[in-house]
Design a protein around this ligand. Structure first.
Ligand code: NAP
Length: 263
């Protein structure tokens, strides 16, 4: 080993960091919260289901981590401002914001009701914009450098039948990541995104476990869907100082799924 080489545990360490994670009541957000706390961050979990948040925060606490929760709808800017206030009061200024809350809706363009379209865009696209802005404003006001991570999707890059609104929203998240990264780079705020392939969570479990879903799984290059913990490394990379020279990037992590389109 070369002298002075850093150790992985130090490079990816989140000690002293304050994280606020949306969509932390299940799936990927729950996992991100656990991983952030296990690596030293103080974590404020947010989502709408308070009972779930309470349970997860308690579990993190039992494991020796620092976590609290605040129930808020990610599409409610005033509610989210209160969540940031609560994080600040308990742990200090949030310097790791994870814009992860999201929903998926199938629906043909020709048939999707307007209210369903607007609901999806409000959460999957608009909330990423407004919540990330709130996070960055507070980092700037506190003169703190920080990181923002958005959960995009491979749906930003490929299309599948009947999920156009989701494709649109996630493509917007990738562009937001680039544009906002450029805007706040001089403020020492980095903005990156994770674009996962299919990871089994509440958002898709029913389909992925169906006979059709299982058949599709076998056609994937690595012949398996992901588990939430498959994203641990990418999450820690983007959250920590390990990615200190990265901004505006979207990392695809999908077992090769996007490569298989047309092959
Ligand atoms: N699983 C995948 O295959 C996959 C792949 C690519 C990208 N993604 C993205 O990953 C993110 C997390 O999804 P997931 O797979 O972990 O699904 P999930 O288990 O269904 O989690 C979605 C989370 O978002 C929260 N949420 C939903 N509506 C909300 C709202 N209006 N305000 C605040 N929170 C809200 C939910 O909590 P409450 O219901 O308690 O509010 C839940 O915590 C999403 O952005 C999704 O698009 C998932």
């Amino acid at each position: 080993m070369a002298m002075g080489s850093p150790l992985a545990a130090d490079v990816f360490d989140l000690k002293g960091r304050v994280a606020l994670i949306t969509g932390a009541s299940s799936g990927l957000g729950e996992r991100f919260a656990e991983v952030a706390a296990a690596n030293g961050a103080s974590v404020m979990l947010t989502a709408r289901r308070e009972d779930r948040l309470k349970e997860i925060a308690a579990r993190i606490g039992k494991a020796g981590g620092r976590a609290d929760y605040f129930a808020a709808d990610a599409t409610d800017n005033a509610g989210m401002a209160k969540a940031f206030d609560a994080a600040e009061k308990k742990f200090g200024t949030v310097d790791l914001f994870v814009a992860n809350a999201g929903m998926a809706r199938l629906g043909k363009v020709l048939e999707m009701p307007e209210d369903e379209y607007r609901k999806l865009m409000a959460l999957d696209m608009d909330a990423v914009f407004f919540n990330s802005r709130e996070a960055a404003k507070r980092m700037i006001a506190a003169n703190k450098k920080g990181a923002i991570i958005a959960t995009a999707s491979i749906a930003a890059f490929i299309v599948e039948r009947n999920i156009v609104a989701y494709n649109m929203a996630k493509a917007a998240v990738v562009q937001f990541t680039k544009g906002f990264a450029l805007e706040v780079a001089r403020k020492s705020i980095r903005v990156n995104a994770i674009a996962p392939g299919y990871v089994v969570t509440d958002i898709n479990r029913e389909y992925l476990h169906s006979p059709k879903g299982k058949e599709a799984e076998q056609k994937l290059p690595m012949q398996r869907y992901g588990d939430a913990d498959d994203l641990d490394g990418v999450f820690l990379l983007l959250a920590s100082n390990a990615s200190r020279w990265m901004t505006g990037s979207t990392i695809v992590i999908d077992g090769g799924h996007v490569l298989s389109v047309g092959n």
